[in-house]
Design a protein around this ligand. Structure first.
Ligand code: G6P
Length: 360
C-alpha cells in the first residue's frame, strides 16, 4: 500500500499532488489554438436544445454548480442545476429539447444513475462526465466524456473535482462554438496554463497547513463567496467537514445578513473567497461585517489591494475569472487535509462515508 501512495502518507495528499498532471491529461488533445475539440460529442446538434440540466451528487454537484454558470454565460442557454436525489423525484420539466448533463466520478452513484434513466425515458439527450472507464453511467448515457484523473482512492474527492471543472469548462466552450457564438479566446489560451498554476499553489502547502492550525480546536467554520465562488466555498466546506469533522457551512456572502451573521462571534473562523471581479468588492464588504463581530478571516482573492483587518489574505494568480474555481480548490483541499491531519483523523476513510454510494 505504501508503494501505491508514492511516498505520501495518504491517498488524499497523493491525489492532491497529482492535480497538475491529471488536469494536463484532461486537456490533452482537446484544446487547440482557437477551438475546443470533443470528438465524443461531434454528432450532437446543440442548436436543438432550449434548456440544460446539470445533475450530480456530492462534490460532483459542486462541479456542476460551476459548470452551469460557465455554460450559461458562454451559451446564453438557461441552465438548471439539481442534486440527483431531488431531480429523480421532482417531476422535472424535460423533453427532447432538454440537454441533461450528469457528472459522476465513479459512474455508479445510484441517485445519479436513476436521474439519468428518468431523463432518457423523457426523450432528453444525455451526456455523462465520468472518471471510471466503462462505468455504468457511460453505458447508460447517450454520450460520455471522461475526466482523466486516474483512480481516485481517497473517499474525499480532490483530483476528480478539479478535472470535472476543467472538462465542464471545455464542454461549455465547445457548445458555444457549436452554436457559432464567440468563444472567449482568453480562456482557451489560459486553460493550458492551469497545471503550472496548480503546481505553484501546491508549493504553498505549508502556508495552508498554518491556516489549518486556526481550525484545529474549532467546532464550526463558515465559508462565504458569491457567484462562482459560492460553488467553490460549498466544496471547501464539504471537504473540511468530510475529513476533519469540523462543522462547516458555506453561505452566499450576500445572505450573511439574512441569518448566518448571527453565528459570528469572537474567534469564529470565516474562510472567504473573492475571485470574481464583478462582486469581489461586495464580498470584501461582507468580510468586514464578520471582522467587526470578531471573526478571524482567511481570504482567497485576486484583488491586489490590502483588505483592512484581514491578516490572512492569500492572493491567487490573476487568470480568467471563469477558471478561478480550479485554483482556489487547491488551498481549500489542503486546509481540509491539514486540519484533519492535525486532529489525527483518518483522512482517506472518514467515518460513515463511502467512496461510491451505489444504493439509494
Ligand atoms: C460519495 C463520495 C463523494 C462523491 C459523491 C458522488 O459521497 O464520498 O466524494 O462526490 O459520492 O460520487 P460520484 O462518484 O457520483 O461522483
Amino acid at each position: 500500500e505504501a508503494a501505491q501512495k508514492d511516498g505520501y502518507d495518504t491517498y488524499m495528499l497523493k491525489e492532491i499532488n497529482e492535480q497538475p498532471h491529471v488536469i494536463n491529461e484532461t486537456l490533452r488533445g482537446r484544446v487547440f489554438e482557437d477551438k475546443v475539440v470533443l470528438n465524443e460529442i461531434k454528432d450532437v446538434d446543440f442548436s436543438k436544445f432550449n434548456k440544460v440540466y446539470f445533475v450530480a451528487c456530492g462534490t460532483a454537484y459542486h462541479a456542476c454548480l460551476c459548470g452551469a454558470q460557465i455554460l450559461e454565460r458562454a451559451t446564453k442557454l438557461p441552465v438548471i442545476t439539481q442534486v440527483a436525489s431531488e431531480f429523480r423525484y421532482n417531476d422535472p420539466i424535460i423533453d427532447e429539447k432538454t440537454l441533461c448533463i450528469y457528472v459522476s466520478q465513479s459512474g455508479e452513484t445510484a441517485d445519479t444513475l436513476a436521474a439519468l434513466r428518468l431523463a432518457k425515458s423523457k426523450g432528453c439527450t444525455t451526456i455523462a462526465i465520468a472518471n471510471v472507464l466503462g462505468s455504468t453511467i457511460s453505458r447508460d448515457a447517450d454520450y460520455t466524456l471522461y475526466t482523466c484523473a486516474g483512480p481516485e482512492i481517497a473517499v474525499a474527492s480532490t483530483k476528480a473535482y478539479t478535472t470535472q471543472l476543467v472538462l465542464l469548462t471545455l464542454l461549455a466552450l465547445y457548445i458555444a462554438q457549436d452554436l457559432h457564438l464567440d468563444v472567449d479566446q482568453d480562456i482557451l489560451n489560459q486553460l493550458n496554463d492551469l497545471p503550472a498554476y496548480v503546481e505553484n499553489l501546491i508549493k504553498d502547502e505549508e502556508l495552508f497547513a498554518n491556516y489549518a492550525k486556526m481550525l484545529k480546536d474549532k467546532h464550526d467554520c463558515y465559508f462565504i463567496g458569491r457567484s462562482l465562488d459560492y460553488a467553490s466555498v460549498l466544496e471547501g466546506a464539504l471537504k473540511l467537514k468530510e475529513v476533519s469533522y469540523v462543522h462547516a457551512d458555506a453561505y452566499i456572502a450576500g445572505e450573511l445578513k439574512h441569518g448566518p451573521i448571527a453565528l459570528i462571534e469572537d474567534g469564529t473562523v470565516v474562510i472567504a473567497v473573492a475571485t470574481q471581479p464583478h462582486v469581489a468588492a461586495k464580498t470584501i464588504s461582507n468580510i468586514q461585517e464578520t471582522v467587526a463581530r470578531g471573526a478571524d478571516v482567511i481570504l482567497f482573492t485576486t484583488e491586489n489591494e490590502e483588505v483592512n483587518n484581514v491578516k490572512n489574505t492569500y492572493i491567487l494568480p490573476s487568470i480568467n475569472p471563469l477558471l478561478q474555481s480550479v485554483l482556489v480548490a487547491i488551498p481549500l483541499q489542503l486546509i481540509a487535509y491539514h486540519t484533519a491531519n492535525i486532529k489525527g483523523c483518518d483522512v482517506d476513510k472518514p467515518r460513515n462515508l463511502a467512496k461510491s454510494v451505489t444504493v439509494e
